[in-house]
Design a protein around this ligand. Sequence first.
Ligand code: PLP
Length: 443
Amino acid sequence: MTHVFHRHLRRTPPRAVSANGVYIEDADGRRYLDASGGAAVSSLGHGHPDVLAAMQAQMGQLAYAHTSFFTTDVAERLADELIRTAPQGMSHAYLVSGGSEAIEAALKMARQYFVELGQPERTHFIARRQSYHGNTLGALAVGGNAWRREPFAPLLMPATHVAPCYPYREQRPDESPEQYGQRLASELEAAIVAQGPGRVIAFIAETVGGATAGVLTPVPGYFKAVRSVCDRHGVLLILDEVMCGMGRTGSLYACEQEGISPDLVTVAKGLGGGYQPVGAVLAGKHIVEAMSRGSGFFQHGHTYLGHPVACAAALAVQRVIHRDGLLGKVRDDGHRFGEWLREALGEHPHVGDIRGRGFFWGIELVADRASKRPFDPALAVNARLKGDAMQRGLLCYPFGGTVDGLHGDHVLLAPPFVATQDELREAVRLLAASVDAVTRAAA
Ligand code: PLP
């Protein structure tokens, strides 16, 4: 009997009781290699002594102070660190408790920015299909996952959804990656124009897509073209790096690899590495200045903004990443990890695509490789894979569902940055066995 309102109301998941490094142990003594870092959260693994010490010290000194009365040293230091390492042009960090909260704050900041500038007729957001920005109502409204949106659709503000950057399925055989990226940017421009001049607030996109269609890496030039389109129409660019940011792809922000800077960027997950619920919106100088010159007040706020223990954890995680050269490790070992995945699964009859960067990889499963036909959703391949992998002692993050009429089964891998090469190899070995067993049974 459970009184916890679990995600699945008819089954209770195993009870996690302890964790160390890349392993989690349950109440039955079963050990799991955490190759997805939960849902791309855990960057330093579990039980990192520096993070625990920083949290403990902060708790002893000051566990909580409401931000309508006080700022704190630790929030100031975290914001300094975030801005020191931020994409170009960012000047302030708004510190929240998670990804959806960061998205809500970014959407409202973008809207208030235009209200302050005397452009209240900008009311519309453009986002992408096959995207995920969180489960709160604003985040769902811009999110592009039909299954998650469906029951709540009547409650969601209208938004336009354009195509994601999904070359495996949507790049035409007669176009280069660059031409494909340009085509997508033109589609965005057409959507902005269709709303009418001065109506669109922002375009929001995950720099590298995560939890809806496997890892979706942008084609070269796509984001540069998107940035130009936004600039041409005075539309803000909000990048959601809740999942792909904070080092996951081998640079602190994935957009560094695209050679662009957004107006607002959201981070969470890897920011606190799972030690505390924490997220942030980094805001461009122009946004902060307009609000500061205007009303001087951001009409938003939550009880746990800038929570001191969450800030202490995030600061410690970020310092360890830099001190221990983990971005370089993620780049180098991530490259190897991708090769091992391709060696193990690249020729598998039910693996359609393997894509990713750094420690962020997605595998798309298909019933038929030649036609790219997905498995029948009734087979619940992704759910079976999750169960099978757990039986083998592996945590990976399979998901599926119908997106725009197309069912897909994907597996997301996002190991902690501290995973050794042996642990990465073991994850590949277990995953390959699981993919093989589950897809062959389903075929
Ligand atoms: N944005 C992206 C890209 C995400 O992947 C997620 C969560 O998976 C969110 C936002 C929402 O974050 P949270 O679950 O912390 O609210």
